[in-house]
Design a protein around this ligand. Sequence first.
Ligand code: GRF
Length: 207
Amino acid sequence: MTRPADAALRLGVLASGRGSNLQAILDASAAPGFPARVAIVVSDRERAQALDRARAHAVPVVWLNPKDFGERAAYDAALTGVLAARGVGLVCLAGFMRILGPAFVRAWAGRVLNIHPALLPAFPGLAAQRQALEYGVKVAGATVHFVDEGVDTGPIVLQASVPVHPDDTEDSLSARILVEEHRLYPEAIRLFAEGRLTITGRRVLVR
Ligand code: GRF
């Protein structure tokens, strides 16, 4: 399935920090024929570098300050409002440091992707690269998965592996994994936008 340029899938990217995955998505979507484009970038942090990256591409940004909302459900409802107002068809978590509550996950079921710097189900949660080093694995990697109500537990779309070297530090391993993240995330978005992903239970069929 190909879409005309004006019918590209509209992405809402949620990011809290550096935004290098957002950058990879922005760069991929600038290529002719890419079936998705970033419609809005939302952050919970006012000074997230991700917001500057979006502005540099003339992509609208919204800062949703958690302090303005009493509870998670209110924050998540505001988030849904922002995304829906921009006609978002796929939400991409790219280093977004907040857990999304069950109401958000249900409202957007099958339409939220996350990227995690480990070969899930190993090493979910924070500091995945450090967890991998401390465990002593010889192979690490990255995972793009659909988001469900757990932390890094949803159905897996794509994975890529990298070797762990004996002299690796958290930084060196993270950098090696990041190269794969930047390749994997745009590819997963393309597959979704082209209607080539089907979720069956825990499994994602890629056509
Ligand atoms: C990445 O390692 C991603 O896998 C994890 O958070 C980090 C975000 O990095 N979820 P960036 O903000 O995209 O540079």
